[in-house]
Design a protein around this ligand. Structure first.
Ligand code: FA5
Length: 342
């Protein structure tokens, strides 16, 4: 085949390959192979010496024409690819700058806090003061002053996180009773909501960190009837209806007599579920008449005054109030769960 025919054939076949190429890499390979420094056309230039002298000028022109035809076809196709790539990127990264911003999502109160605030309102409206006490307590306030001396077996009733220097994480809100009596004296109506800690296994109804609400009333001739009135008011306010309750004798060294007030499980209606451990009842509210030793530890004369006290499981109450069937959800920090209580 003559050089002229070879060049013509190269021009045509390269044009077809360029038209069929589907990536920039393919185009680059074609460029290197044809018009590149060591490509086919460079080789053809070297063959020029073999061409008859009178034909050389025309052949030179043909070579240049083929070269520039291939180069411009390559450029055109490269531009087309780049434009398509840009178009795709613009499509993918498109954003509407005029769209309204998602807006600020304001925080909301945790369900336990909501129940706590509500109960604070209920009790303050009945003349109770809201007190708080330290979460890191002394052994004296958490146990001794509550009629639980060091050797007393009741110390094992609540598994304690002990700290250095005889301190501990309070296992209940009852130490605030003692602090309240010392600070305010008798007569006294106080509640103390707060966080408490127990070194126990976690399950659907037990947390190691949970909330209680302590209540105490000290006055002259306080009776169990007074106590029941306040307990029933509390439950009616929180559930906005009558709830089935039962009173069992309960032992707590700081009250005498002591009771356990259970409410019928509102999650299963008493039929039995994991939260009530299939008993139909949930232990919610231990209570009783304040033991004389506790009044004494608080600086109040038990010959003149007496009172009742209760220790409500606030976290459990929030579970009943909102139908939450696993206590662990409350402190898991999952916003999908918490957003339901806004
Ligand atoms: C007490 O803590 C006593 N201080 C209550 C008290 C106060 C009795 C005043 C008499 C007079 P108890 O250990 O039963 O009692 O706990 C009180 C409530 O806290 C329970 O009824 C329950 O509702 C809740 N509670 C106890 N342990 C846990 C736990 N691990 N997780 C969640 N709630 C709990």
């Amino acid at each position: 085949m003559s050089l002229a025919a070879t060049l013509q054939e190269l021009k045509d076949s390269t044009a077809a390959r360029i038209a069929n190429a589907s990536t920039l890499d393919e185009l680059e390979a074609i460029r290197v192979e044809t018009v590149g420094r060591k490509g086919v056309l460079a080789g053809a230039g070297k063959d020029m010496a073999k061409v008859a002298k009178e034909d050389r000028a025309a052949m030179g022109q043909l070579l240049n024409a083929v070269k520039s035809a291939i180069e411009s076809a390559l450029e055109e196709r490269t531009n087309a690819f780049q434009a398509a790539a840009l178009e795709a990127r613009l499509d993918a990264e498109w954003m509407d700058l005029t769209a309204p911003a998602p807006g600020v999502q304001p925080g909301a109160l945790h369900p336990v806090t909501q129940v706590q605030r509500y109960l604070e309102e209920v009790f303050t409206s009945m003349g109770f003061t809201v007190l708080s006490g330290p979460e890191v307590e002394t052994e004296f306030h958490n146990f001794d002053a509550l009629n639980i001396p060091p050797s007393h077996p009741a110390r094992d009733m609540q598994d304690t996180f002990w700290l250095e220097g005889g301190h501990l994480l309070r296992t209940h809100t009852s130490p605030v009773q003692v602090r309240g009596m010392k600070r305010l004296g008798a007569p006294l109506r106080m509640i103390a909501p707060g966080r408490v800690f127990r070194n126990e296994e976690v399950d659907p109804s037990h947390e190691h960190t949970f909330y209680q609400l302590e209540g105490m009333m000290v006055d002259r001739e306080v009776s169990i009837a007074h106590m029941l009135y306040f307990m029933k008011t509390l439950l009616k306010e929180i559930f906005q209806r009558e709830v089935a309750v039962r009173l069992r004798p309960g032992y707590f060294p700081f009250v005498e007599p002591g009771f356990e007030l259970d409410i019928q499980c509102l999650l299963c209606g008493g039929a039995g579920c994991p939260v009530c451990k299939y008993t139909g009842w949930v232990e919610l509210l231990p209570c009783g008449l304040v033991h004389p030793n506790v009044l004494r530890a608080g600086g109040i004369d038990p010959g003149q005054w007496n009172g009742f006290a209760f220790g409500l499981g606030l976290t459990r109450l929030a579970m009943m109030r909102y139908g939450i069937d696993d206590i662990r959800l409350l402190q898991a920090g999952d916003l999908r769960f918490l957003n339901q209580f806004r």
